[in-house]
Write a protein that binds this ligand. Sequence first.
Ligand code: FMN
Length: 320
Amino acid sequence: MKACEPLLYLAPMAGVTDSVFRRLCRAYGAAGLVTEMVSAKAICYGDRHTFELLSCGEEEKPLTVQLFGHEPEILARAAEKMAAMGFASLDLNAGCPAPKITRNGEGSSLLRSPQLAAQCVEAMVKASGLPVSVKFRKGIGREDDVAVEFARCMEQAGACHLTLHGKTAAQMYAPSVDLDCIRRTVQAVSIPVIGNGEVEDGASARRMLELGCAGVMVGRAACGDPWVFARITAQLNGQESPAVSAAERMRVAMAHVHGLVEEKGAYVGVREARKHLAWYMRAFRGAAALRARINAACTEGEMAAICEEACAMQEREGAL
Ligand SMILES: Cc1cc2nc3c(=O)[nH]c(=O)nc-3n(C[C@H](O)[C@H](O)[C@H](O)COP(=O)(O)O)c2cc1C
């Protein structure tokens, strides 16, 4: 494969990919950034918490807002608001398998109603004048495969590109991603398709690109590892990817914690930081004990002390 700079996306992950984490991932090479999913209905109601989820920094632009909903008129009104707020593009969630979303006919439930999903896309395009993409799954039931049919419908409705998570909703996040389904979908439409599912390094990204994907989207592998984007880029270009030292890992982890505290206040920030900090240390020797201490930490200072100790321990033992 020739030296290339494929489009690397950070996957939207509710409760994880807030503004602080998105900025970190952009700094390490995530070109495509999407907000966590936000409810179109809640935007229309002016829900304060929902607008907090939309907070973002200049460094994140261009930023895509992901909406979930199932009513074309509501999605249109929300889309118009997002355009007025200056967002670059919109994405419709047609992949979320969580019952609290699907029971309202939203998220992956839209796979059952491609005509309704198409009306949603058309309404969003018309109301906002923005590019509208769709992120979807292979199907709903374990053995379903509606990807090609659904993708064609979304293309006809005016979607600018598609992101396909090559698993069914029933599979949730369990292995393994259906690469053949992604290949057939890429071949069935003329708009770009971003491949998603278990991309974690240069080899798995290359597999997606060799199917004809215009880019790849990385989710769980970025948790506690924003360097994954730099590593994938280097490996795709046949370059060495420099190892990240324990000291550097802890420096970035603490910058992440500090960002969360600044953005959300000490109480919420520290609590949200716990899972991130544990992810940063998951490959450390003694990770389980460290996680228990992180989960009991109530201040940024306590977290900094754990990081310092963890770093000294890894360096002393010559382990990561
Ligand atoms: C904690 C969590 C939250 C997620 N939230 C969203 C979301 O808000 N919108 C969405 O389209 N997908 C969401 N996803 C799915 C991811 O975007 C992605 O499709 C999935 O994790 C597969 O990619 P991966 O194998 O690289 O993790 C979420 C996944 C996780 C693990």
